[in-house]
Design a protein around this ligand. Sequence first.
Ligand code: KG4
Ligand code: ZN
Length: 362
Amino acid sequence: MYKPFETTDTTKAEPIILGIETSCDETAAAVIKGRKILSDEIASSATIQAEFGGVVPEIASRVHTDEIARVVERAVKNAGITYQDIDAVAVTYGAGLLGALLVGVSFAKAFAFSLGKPLIAVNHIRGHLAAAYLDCPTLQPPFVTLLASGGHTAVLYAKSEGEFEILGATLDDAAGEAFDKVARVLGLKYPGGPNIERCALEGEANVPMPKMLKGGGGYNFSYSGLKTAVINYCHTKDQKGETYSKADVACSFQRAAVDVLVEKTVAAALEKGVDTVTAGGGVAANGYLRRSLQEACDQNGLRLVLPEKRYCTDNAAMIASEGLVQFRLGNFANMDLTAKASIPLAATLETVQSRAKRCDHD
Ligand code: KG4
Ligand code: ZN
């Protein structure tokens, strides 16, 4: 019977965790020791996907199947450890593309089973939130964190490593989704966010954009109005046969989309009385956001812990980092672990109690 977690010492000072991530188009594996990254490997199908204008799930799954064994092998080799040194295998089980997730989950189960190591089921979004611990190994809650990814946008209060409170969230589109949709309207290639950022460098924020619930809506966000405003602006110009600067539209959109995130995150931190702010998710890789959030934190005497850009977008080190949180809580998975395409934000962030060394992971 597979029950290595029953004898696992969850108080070990610096456990070695292998993280595996295959929720979208990145096949990633990383090894951490405590909160230190020993290796971090990634193989992406993004360039193949770009030809199709977005992620084709079937292609993502095939590339994961091709790459996963090589990527994991490289991660272990480059960490300078042996397979037996690994204390636990942490894998993303959701949310994401089902077929893509199943490749990682199936591989991780077989890998953990064959080595007789415990398995940890990691929620992808909690991985994004745990990336901050790698940037600052001494970081301890409480803090306020901005989550801005392709599927979620929220301001959260981290009470402990395993407990979050939602202070506000998007009422419609996520910030990353808005970046991607606006990129498509402007004829920019997938992935939209980085291409908008690049295009915006050449422009000025002189195109009028709608108000973004500034000061209103508590800490909630709404991105659908902003997206529609950009679509209408471009279509009206096209219909009238007038030209417009894509760079100016990108710059104006980026400013409107980011300023509200920065403003609400800092306001939430001040209201909660914390001294630290963190951020995670792909949109936190945006240069304008990073500069603005840093300035706003500096002006308000707040410390900003911002993961390096590569740890804001999808990676396996963040999965290992959340794996460590779950390891300490004694939340391990069984061999019946399966993948979940969607997990509501509230369920993602619900209080995680130690569950007698057996994770129900849903
Ligand atoms: O967190 P992530 O890698 O995947 C999940 O959704 O979990 O986020 C991807 C999102 C995409 O919408 C992408 O366009 C956006 O993050 N993104 C960016 C940047 N890099 C990635 N948005 C704005 N600026 C960027 N530099
Ligand atoms: Zn992600």
